[in-house]
Design a protein around this ligand. Structure first.
Ligand code: G
Ligand code: G
Ligand code: NA
Ligand code: MN
Length: 254
């Protein structure tokens, strides 16, 4: 069986799951969000990384179904955590440009919200610069429609794509995620530190919240706080965890 045929089956047979990684406010120390990240536990191949199967799913169009599954699963899980009094402000779900070009992203989001009964502002969508630049008219319209629904939007891996700064000003997004590659060497590489500082200043001047990804060391967290970065995410707090383990983590953290 090809990996693609396998992935098709995996989706039907429930081999995919979401893991959740906390996002922590740098001032209050509270968990303000969770990012949902897809995982594939294959019966013989073992754990297949999303870095391998997401691009494959995008190529063959399966990302439309996979993306809807992720939205639906994340919204159901927020519902469970909301009912248990454990839900942070929002859960972030990654969305691909292909969900826009080959699927009906707006309808998919609407359905997941309706079915779960969560408040739209509990859902955040992580889009990339390539999502925005692939088809500008279509993506600007989609972003406006999604904002009208009440969901929150963030730009993932910010600084690694090639969107122009002029677009950033027109986009109705709420948050920038500083890419892991800039955060990693920030305290040792002054070039990366300059980029992180610039992204924070730019984002704040446009009224956007800034989250730094890939924070692994306490020194990085201190440095980000000194730069007025708002939120951090990374192994320093926790790696992505299955829903049941995240439930325990949320209990312990509260
Ligand atoms: O969790 P990890 O760092 O291994 O994720 C690798 C990549 O896969 C990241 O770029 C992440 O954004 C992407 N990814 C994980 N889950 C999803 C998903 O549900 N949808 C999309 N489109 N991308 C995902
Ligand atoms: O493209 P995206 O930003 O969605 O992908 C995030 C990826 O980074 C996921 O695969 C996630 O598992 C991984 N990740 C999350 N926190 C850390 C971290 O602190 N260090 C490293 N190296 N990777 C991380
Ligand atoms: Na992401
Ligand atoms: Mn990212």
């Amino acid at each position: 069986l090809s990996l693609e045929a396998d992935l098709r089956l995996a989706l039907d047979q429930g081999e995919l799951s979401l893991h959740y990684q906390p996002q922590v406010d740098l001032i209050s120390g509270q968990i303000v969000g969770l990012e949902a990240l897809a995982r594939w536990q294959h019966p013989t191949r073992g754990m297949v990384s999303p870095a391998a199967f997401i691009p494959l799913a995008e190529e063959c169009g399966l990302i439309v179904n996979l993306g809807h599954w992720a939205l639906q699963s994340a919204c159901r899980q927020i519902r469970v955590w909301t009912d248990a009094g454990l839900a942070p402000r929002q859960i972030a779900v990654n969305v691909s440009a292909v969900q826009l070009s080959r699927g009906d992203l707006l309808e998919s989001v609407r359905l997941a919200l309706k079915e779960s009964g969560i408040s739209p502002d509990q859902l955040e969508l992580e889009i990339t610069e390539s999502f925005v630049m692939a088809d500008r008219d279509r993506s600007f319209k989609a972003i406006a429609d999604l904002k009208a629904l009440g969901v929150r939007l963030s730009i993932d891996d910010f600084g690694t794509g090639y969107s122009s700064l002029a677009y950033l000003q027109q986009l109705e997004v709420d948050k920038l995620k500083v890419d892991i590659s800039f955060v990693r060497d920030m305290t040792r590489n002054s070039g990366n530190a300059s980029i992180v500082k610039a992204v924070i200043a730019l984002g704040h001047s446009l009224g956007l919240e800034i989250i730094a990804e890939g924070v692994e060391e306490a020194g990085q967290a201190r440095y980000l706080r000194s730069l007025s970065c708002d939120v951090m995410q990374g192994y320093l707090i926790s790696k992505p965890l299955p829903a049941e383990e995240m439930t325990c983590f949320l209990h312990a953290f509260a």
